[in-house]
Every structure is written in structure tokens, then in C-alpha cells.
Design a protein around this ligand. Structure first.
Ligand SMILES: [Zn+2]
Length: 686
């Protein structure tokens, strides 16, 4: 099925035709219309990579209509020796590093010994695994601890998947169909006893990069895990590794596929386990076994199918009870050690599909008599159908009344998860650990409900998908009931935790603590969110030469004071081994598109709903100009330590499986080098 390209950038390159795409390069398996992040699969309807018949050029839509820019949418040195031996085989290199490293109290942890870490990163040298391990060991060795064992606090970090900030009671939410019923009484109680960050931003609008930021303290532009084909650079210390190095017991419980350990999340945990429901758990174990079996065609095919099953089942999986049971068991075990501990918990249930168990399924819309459900949320034609004009667009079909019900089901899932958070916190308090434990509750992103024409997440960086709840409680240390303004990011959580614990941050960490902000001080902060999406397709030149293509879109948002800057670039990538004639035609277009940037700003304090007509691409306003200048400087500094992520095994397995099925064209499905997603600072050339 071929369509003539309507992409204005390809006009004048006569005869180029585009074809529909049936999967997404980010994961290699999904229909383009799919939410790539979490694998909800749409019906395999053809989706246009570029718009059809030249009616509504896709790129023109991005540029804006009537001259107005459209918002970017595509938008203490006591490390356990056994841990170090794990990091560096043999431990000899670490011994040397430990002798050479700074001792307790090193100011800021920024020793000469840490410089090789930065030096290597700046030049992006290819590092062998051993070298990466040595760098990680060096980073940990440079840490210093200001606290004594007796006054070290425990840390309970709870991540609630897909909970947007404005659906949380303490942030002002009142359910539309049940305004007197709170969605989050437990989180509200925590906030009343602690601090609530009013302007907390996720580091991306999907699970993987946001959690990498949450657990490493680096924004996505630095950690570089832009797609699920990439894994965390082994030389980046995680919060669990840092705390383990300082003698903490560490445990993690997760319940969504993108928290699986092969992306690097298991590092530093004494125990890191999944708490899926029964069906997903069985499918996950089978997928892992098949992946481990190697490259026989039969096993590849099975691994692909099972991996898909894990992701799709996970949307319907209701597993908060399993998460809570595992968490309470860990809590008991950790307390019994008598040592300080770090417990990370991830609740996945608020993620679509919205299928809360009774009584939460009716709690927020008790009078509903219709038939809409949120099962198969992104692919339900009663809710929306794919928009052929955009690779990830939706055409709304659902009525206002039915949409209210879908939102009530989302509220039900949030309330269900909130009840589980309450159960964990009550156990903590019953164990008399409240005053000894820093409790943090946060989310990784929100969801859209057609506020800007879309659904779900992993599409844009609008406020509804990047503004998240962030609540911290530590009686006697953090003020009770504080509502703290000022932009903070998920990546700021690690330095803040370390600040509270009195542990120096690893050298070169680019994010900063917001503890002083909570205590009433000032902080010069910018929250950064980033989203990289890819869609595969084909370009036909002169009706004869078919070339596979990947359309890459990088969106970034920068919140500084009241100003939110957004920028986006979209360009096609082609295989490196194109015939010379094809390359000569396509390369100039590729470069021209890559260089074109949509840059705009909005005062989100004044316009929290982010209406498109309040956005401007003019920077005459001194506040916007100052924000842009500041962000440009910050971005330039962040590019220096940008990491080179590893390659994700599951993505590779899936790609191989698809290849075996004949689905992947040469080049189009291959992972692009991480360096291709690196952009210059926003506004370059302005
Ligand atoms: Zn998520």
C-alpha cells in the first residue's frame, strides 16, 4: 500500500513515494500507532510514516498553522569488599583505587581521582566492560559520608507508574463524578506530614528513561537511555550501588516490564525481584528462558511472541497485592538486619489498561450506566482510531460522558494503588521506623485524556504527562505540610536523598539536591524532560528504488521558573549503505530536516493547561530570552558527560525474531547509534 509523500521536505525530490509502516523501530515490534513505551498494540492497521497525498503535510503541522508555532508534539568509604569484587573481577584494581582514593570527608567528593571518569566521558571513548567497571568503582571510591552509622536513615522510595500530578488529592484533585471522594488519602496524609514538591517533573513521558533518571540522578540527555534498545552505561553508579557501598542493605520490588533488570535496574540491589501477577510472571520467566537459549530460529520466534505477551498482559495485570506482599516481606527482612536499608518499590497498576478491582471500579463514577471500558485502552475503536495524518495521532471517538467514565476508572486505579502505599507506610510506622526512614512517593509520568488531542503517554511532553507528584516525609528533618514551589526533576531525587543521608554525591553528578528548597531556601533549578520516538517506513525514489527509513523525533522540555521551553527536531534516518545515487538525493534532505528546530515557550504558571494559543516562538519577552540563555548554557554543560548507553538484550532478541519472520527491512529496524540522538543546545543559530 503506497501513498504519495506529502512531506514538504521531500517535494522537489520528484518521484519519492512513501509507504505505510507497520511497526516501530524503538521496540521493533509495535504498530506505529502504538504506545511504544509499554507495548499496547493497536490493530495492525496501516499507519502512514508521512502523510498521504500531500493534503496535510505532517511537518507543516508541526511548524504550526497561520504563523504560530505548534507545540512540539511528536514535545564515606566503607564499601563492602564483596560488592567491589562484583564490580571488578579479582578486585585488584579496586584495591589500588581504594588506596589512592579520597578518605572520609573529602569536600564534595570531587577528588583528582574522579577526573578520569569525566575525562573519559567527555571524549566518548569506547570503553571495554572492565574499564567501565573500574570507572564505576572509581566513582564510588570517591564518595564520602558525613554521617555516622548511628544516625543513618533508611530510605523507602515508592514509584507509582503513570500517576499524573493533578489527579492526586493533595495537589488539588477532585474527581469530576465523585468530588467528595478522595483519590489518594494515603499520599495526602504523607504530604501533610512531609513536603510536597509543587513543580515536580518527570524526566521523560515513559517508564524506562524516567526510572533511569530517578535511580541514577542524571537527566536523559546525560544518561542517554533514549530508547528501549539501550541500557544504562555500566560506569554510572545507581542509588542502590551508592547506598550499598555505604553499608546499606538494598532491596527492590517492581511490577512493570520496563523495570526488568536487563536495562540496568538490578544493579546494587541485594535482592531485586518482580511482583507480577501469576500469568505475567509465568510469561516473563518463559521469555527470559527463551532469550537465554540463543539464536535458533524457533527459539527466537517464541521469545518474540512471549515477550509481546508479557508486555500486553502487563497492562491487564492487577498486581499491587503481590507488590505489597513482597514489599512487606522485604521490610521485615531489612529491619531484622539492624543495618540501614534502602527499599525501592514500583507499583504498575495505575498504568493503562484501567481495570481497577472492586470497589474501585465504581467508586468514582457510581451512576454510570454505559458500557465503555478501558480495556485495550489505546486500541479500542470506541475510544479512538488512529489518525492517518500523524504517526502517533489519535482521532477521538469517545463521548464526553464515556470519557468521564474512563477517567473515573483511572482514578480508581490510582486509589487502589494509594491504598497499597498506605498499607506499606502503616507497617513502617508500626515497626517504629517512621522517624528513621525517609519516605518518598513519586511517579514516572502521567497520561493524556485528549487534553491536546492524544491518549496515553510516550507521545508528547505536555504538562499532563510530565508533571508528577513528589512527596517526601521524614519527621523531625523535613517540615510537615510544606508545599514547595520551584521546578525539580526526577533526576534530582538521588542527590536529595544523599543530601538527607549526609553522603556526598558521586563526582560529576549533574543534578542537584532540592533539600535546601524544602527548608525554605532558594535553588537555581531547571527541570528537563526528553522524549525520543522512532517510526519506521519506506521511501520510494522515482517509483523504482525502495529505501527503508526511520523517522526520528527528539522532543525536549525545560522548565525554568515560570517558563517552559520546548524544542523538537524530526528527521529521517536511512541505512548507511545506500546506493550512491539514492544517498545523493536523500542526504541533503536529511540534513536540512535535522537542522530544522521548532522552539517555543509558554508561561505555565499562568497557563497550567498549556493551551496552544498561549505558546510563542518569539523570544522578545525578557523572561523567555533569559530562560533560553540559561537553558542553552546548562545544555552545553550536560552534553559533555553524555553517556554511551549499552545495547538492550530484549530489543535485540525481538529484532532478531522479527528478522526471522521477514518483517524487518535491512537497516530500518537496526538500532541507531546513541550519538544520532544527541542534539546541540536549543536555539543554536538564533
Ligand atoms: Zn511508566
Amino acid at each position: 500500500m503506497e501513498k504519495e509523500l506529502g512531506n514538504e521536505f521531500f517535494r522537489g525530490v520528484g518521484g519519492i513515494r512513501g509507504r505505510t509502516s507497520d511497526r516501530c523501530a524503538s521496540s521493533g515490534v509495535h504498530v506505529c500507532k502504538t504506545d511504544i513505551c509499554d507495548g499496547a498494540r493497536r490493530d495492525p492497521e496501516p499507519i502512514f510514516l508521512w502523510t498521504g497525498a500531500g493534503r496535510r503535510p505532517y511537518t507543516r503541522r508541526i511548524d504550526g498553522r497561520g504563523g504560530r508555532a505548534r507545540p512540539p508534539r511528536p514535545a564515606g568509604m566503607r564499601g563492602p569488599a564483596e560488592h567491589l569484587r562484583h564490580l571488578v573481577p579479582g578486585g585488584a584494581a579496586v584495591s589500588a583505587l581504594r588506596k589512592a582514593g579520597p578518605q572520609r570527608g573529602t569536600a564534595g567528593g570531587r577528588s583528582r581521582d574522579s577526573r578520569p571518569v569525566r575525562h573519559q566521558a567527555e571524549h566518548r571513548l569506547p570503553l571495554r566492560p572492565l574499564n567501565r567497571a573500574v570507572l564505576l568503582a572509581a566513582a564510588l571510591t570517591a564518595l564520602a559520608c558525613r554521617a555516622t552509622a548511628a544516625d543513618r536513615y533508611n530510605v523507602l522510595l515508592v514509584s507509582l507508574d503513570s500517576v499524573r500530578q493533578d489527579f492526586v488529592g493533595c495537589y488539588g484533585h477532585r474527581p469530576r463524578r465523585a468530588p467528595d471522594v478522595p483519590t489518594t488519602p494515603e499520599i495526602d496524609r504523607l504530604a501533610a506530614l512531609g513536603a510536597r514538591m509543587e513543580d515536580a517533573y518527570a524526566s521523560s513521558s515513559w517508564t524506562l528513561p524516567s526510572h533511569v533518571s530517578l535511580l541514577t540522578g542524571e537527566p536523559e540527555v546525560v544518561h542517554g537511555v533514549d530508547t528501549d534498545q539501550q541500557t544504562l552505561d555500566a560506569s554510572v553508579p545507581t542509588l542502590a550501588e551508592i547506598l550499598k557501598y555505604h553499608g546499606y542493605r538494598t532491596a527492590g520490588v517492581f511490577s512493570g516490564p520496563y523495570l526488568e533488570p536487563h536495562w540496568g535496574f538490578g544493579r546494587g540491589f541485594d535482592r531485586y525481584r518482580a511482583a507480577y501477577g501469576r500469568k505475567v510472571a509465568a510469561a516473563s520467566r518463559l521469555a527470559e528462558r527463551l532469550r537465554a537459549q540463543g539464536p535458533s530460529p524457533g527459539s527466537r520466534l517464541s521469545a518474540f511472541r512471549v515477550y509481546e505477551k508479557v508486555k500486553n498482559l502487563s497492562h491487564r495485570d492487577v498486581n499491587s497485592s503481590e507488590v505489597t506482599a513482597a514489599t512487606l516481606a522485604e521490610l521485615d527482612d531489612l529491619r531484622a538486619t539492624g543495618e540501614p536499608w534502602f527499599l525501592f518499590v514500583h507499583y504498575f497498576d495505575a498504568h493503562y489498561d484501567y481495570v481497577p478491582p472492586p470497589p474501585y471500579d465504581a467508586r468514582f463514577d457510581p451512576d454510570y450506566r454505559g458500557t465503555i471500558t478501558a480495556e485495550d485502552f489505546l486500541a479500542n475503536p470506541r475510544i479512538s482510531v488512529p489518525d492517518p495524518a500523524t504517526p502517533d495521532g489519535f482521532i477521538r471517538r469517545v463521548s464526553d460522558r464515556d470519557l468521564d467514565h474512563l477517567i473515573a476508572l483511572y482514578e480508581g486505579e490510582i486509589a487502589w494503588v494509594d491504598a497499597h502505599v498506605g498499607e506499606v507506610v502503616r507497617r513502617l510506622d508500626a515497626l517504629d521506623l517512621a522517624r528513621r526512614t525517609l519516605v518518598i512517593v513519586v511517579s514516572d509520568h502521567g497520561d493524556e485524556f485528549f487534553e491536546h488531542g492524544g491518549l496515553g503517554h510516550h507521545r508528547t511532553l505536555y504538562e499532563e504527562v510530565v508533571k508528577v507528584p513528589l512527596v517526601l516525609r521524614l519527621p523531625g528533618v523535613l517540615p510537615a505540610g510544606a508545599a514547595v514551589p520551584g521546578p525539580v526533576a526526577l533526576s534530582d531525587v538521588v542527590p536529595t536523598v544523599l543530601d538527607v543521608l549526609g553522603i556526598d554525591a558521586p563526582p560529576g553528578l549533574t543534578s542537584t539536591s532540592f533539600l535546601a528548597l524544602i527548608r525554605g531556601g532558594a535553588r537555581d533549578g531547571t527541570a528537563i524532560a526528553r522524549l525520543v520516538t522512532q517510526h519506521t517506513g519506506r521511501v520510494t525514489i522515482d517509483g523504482t528504488t525502495v529505501v527503508p527509513a526511520t523517522q526520528v523525533t527528539v522532543q525536549e522540555a525545560f522548565r525554568r521558573e515560570a517558563i517552559k521551553l520546548t524544542r523538537a527536531r524530526t528527521w529521517p534516518e536511512f541505512p548507511p549503505d545506500l546506493p550512491a545515487r539514492s544517498a545523493a538525493i536523500l542526504r541533503p534532505e536529511t540534513e536540512a530536516q535535522h537542522a530544522r528546530e521548532q522552539l517555543s515557550w509558554i508561561d505555565v504558571a499562568r497557563y497550567p493547561g498549556e493551551p496552544d494559543d498561549a505558546r510563542s516562538s518569539e523570544f522578545a519577552d525578557p523572561r523567555a530570552r533569559a530562560a533560553l540563555e540559561s537553558v542553552r548554557g546548562l545544555y552545553r554543560r550536560l552534553l559533555l558527560p553524555r553517556r554511551t548507553p549499552g545495547t538492550a538484550r530484549p530489543g535485540e532478541a525481538v529484532r532478531r525474531a522479527l528478522d526471522g519472520l521477514g518483517y524487518v527491512d535491512t537497516g530500518a529496524g537496526a538500532a541507531l547509534p546513541a550519538s544520532r540522538f544527541a542534539l546541540p543546545p536549543p536555539g543554536d543559530g538564533r
